[in-house]
Design a protein around this ligand. Structure first.
Ligand SMILES: NC(=O)c1ccc[n+]([C@@H]2O[C@H](COP(=O)([O-])OP(=O)(O)OC[C@H]3O[C@@H](n4cnc5c(N)ncnc54)[C@H](OP(=O)(O)O)[C@@H]3O)[C@@H](O)[C@H]2O)c1
Length: 292
């Protein structure tokens, strides 16, 4: 079987075109979408992510301001900054780049963000709204998974989706989104994790597998059925090239599983590009709300 390669790069580019039009419309009505990004410390990966977000904003015409704070910033100082950003009308969305230094309680910080500006979709109010199925900001990577399925012609409706991984940032929200009684969802969802017995028996039942495990090439061809659709969320660095570039692998053994799959996302170039795009989407959504 020759699998359809689901390109997150292409789908992401299409969504960004749509967003650009929305940003221009908003500007025509006197509203420039604004995103405040907060980075604490010097984690190199976080710096890369923050730069990507800033560039994406620039390209779409979204106003963006990154506040870079030293690693020694206290929890109180960070909470005070968030308080200010909550009240600052230039910003429709606030994003605090995770992880935070150990001395800062991540939960306290996420709770401090005004749920109406929580474009990462991590505030419990938005998590609750997502589960109930009311209007909210969907968390970016899980929403990206859903968009990849829909826009590649693999609507999850009526399908058995097996998600491997139950983290709060990927596995659980993917389940929450895909089980909704809504267009582009309506899936029958199973969540598997490290305590699941006979995991391969579970994954072999899947019409769609979402792998969010964090173990390189964990899903092998003998764990999937013919014709499965595979969304690989995993990003695992397995080495570096001679030029110092990161070598990345997904959670799925791509070369072998693609021989059995009907469709599969590559790593890189699959889920990765969608995350920042969905963040842009939430920021635009936040700005649109101010007109209602
Ligand atoms: N593309 C993106 O934008 C993006 C965004 C976020 C994350 N990611 C990537 O996605 C992957 C998952 O991230 P995460 O934050 O969800 O990771 P995580 O918090 O470490 O969660 C991993 C999950 O996988 C399960 N698991 C681990 N080993 C397993 C095994 N042997 N058998 C079955 N289940 C197993 C764990 O089970 P237990 O709960 O039982 O421990 C846990 O639920 C990582 O590679 C991460 O880099 C990518």
């Amino acid at each position: 079987m020759t699998a359809q390669i689901i390109s997150g790069k292409e789908i992401s580019a299409t969504i960004r075109e749509e967003l650009k039009t929305k940003v221009d419309e908003l500007k025509g009505k006197g509203v420039t979408p604004g995103l405040a990004v907060v980075l604490v410390g010097e984690d190199p990966a976080s710096q890369v992510y923050v730069n990507m977000k800033s560039k994406a904003c620039d390209n779409l015409g979204i106003f963006e301001e990154t506040t870079k704070l030293p690693a020694e910033t206290t929890e109180d100082e960070l909470l005070e900054l968030i308080d200010k950003l909550n009240k600052d009308d230039r910003f429709h969305g606030i994003l605090v780049q995770l992880p935070l230094p150990d001395h800062i309680d991540e939960n306290k910080v996420l709770m401090k963000i005004d749920p109406d500006k929580d474009v990462d979709g991590f505030h419990p109010v938005n998590v609750g709204r997502m589960l109930v199925g009311t209007d909210c900001y969907l968390p970016c990577t899980p929403h990206g998974v859903q968009e990849l399925l829909i826009r590649s012609g693999n609507d999850p409706s009526g399908k058995h989706v097996v998600i491997v991984g139950r983290s709060n940032i990927v596995g659980k929200p993917v389940a929450g989104i895909l089980m909704q009684k809504k267009d582009g969802a309506n899936a029958t969802v199973t969540i598997a994790h490290s305590r699941t017995k006979d995991l391969a028996e579970v994954t072999k039942c899947a019409d769609i597998i979402v792998a969010a495990i964090g173990v390189p090439e964990f899903i092998k061809p003998d764990m999937v059925k013919d014709g499965v659709v595979v969304i690989d969320v995993g990003v695992n660095q397995v080495g570096t090239t001679d030029e110092g570039k990161r070598i990345l692998k997904g959670d799925v053994e791509f070369d072998t599983v693609k021989e059995k799959a009907a469709a599969i996302t590559p790593v890189p170039g699959g889920v990765g590009p969608m995350t920042v795009t969905m963040l842009m989407g939430n920021t635009v959504q936040a700005a649109e709300r101010t007109l209602k």
